[in-house]
Design a protein around this ligand. Structure first.
Ligand SMILES: [Zn+2]
Length: 190
């Protein structure tokens, strides 16, 4: 009699224990799995490089451009003559590369327009303009250097950045084109 009671008690305790441990592990796993899923979707906001871009602090776009280039073995750390100029560009232009075909980097930004762009558009625009100034890259390469500002999906943008820095989508202006650009910039920025 006592033996049976004891057996029953042990079984009950055991069942309870498994039930508790079961529900406990479920509780632990569910929210964790949910959180992991949320933060694992890569986007501009959680990307280790792009998330450092700050539209209210324009030089941060130079910093992330340098970091992106380094990912593909392109070292831009010796370039120090870099300037972002806030300018009313009117006519819907958010940014302009005016250091193209020169040995400096100078980007004009209409901050009123720029700040209203999405994060993806802002980063695309800056990488595009810096592509002109740093590498004298023309629009002919397409991809990152395609001449229209567009909202760009994160994964596609990553591919375009890779193709640019690895030279797949990259065509440099010819000397003649550069001469023309220098003349154009001279008259336009006077
Ligand atoms: Zn352009």
């Amino acid at each position: 009699m006592l033996e049976n009671l004891l057996k029953g008690f042990i079984i009950i305790v055991f069942l309870n224990f498994t039930l508790i441990s079961c529900s406990k592990s479920e509780e632990e796993e569910k929210p964790l799995g949910y959180l992991q899923e949320e933060s694992n979707i890569p986007d501009y906001d959680n990307d280790p490089i792009y998330s450092k871009a700050n539209p209210k602090n324009l030089p941060t776009y130079w910093d992330i451009f340098v970091e992106s280039a380094a990912l593909y073995g392109v070292d831009l750390s010796d370039i120090t003559d870099v300037e972002f100029i806030s300018e009313d560009l009117s006519g819907g232009t958010a940014g302009r590369a005016i250091g193209s075909c020169h040995d400096y980097v100078k980007i004009q930004v209409d901050e009123t327009i720029f700040r209203n762009l999405t994060t993806g558009e802002q980063i695309f625009l800056m990488y595009h303009e810096l592509g002109h100034d740093v590498f004298n890259a023309s629009h002919d390469g397409g991809g990152l250097m395609a001449p229209n500002v567009r909202s760009i999906e994160y994964t596609l943008f990553q591919k375009e950045v890779e193709d640019f820095f690895t030279g797949v989508d990259y065509v440099q202006w010819t000397d003649e084109e550069c001469e023309f650009i220098r003349e154009l910039l001279k008259t336009e920025t006077q």
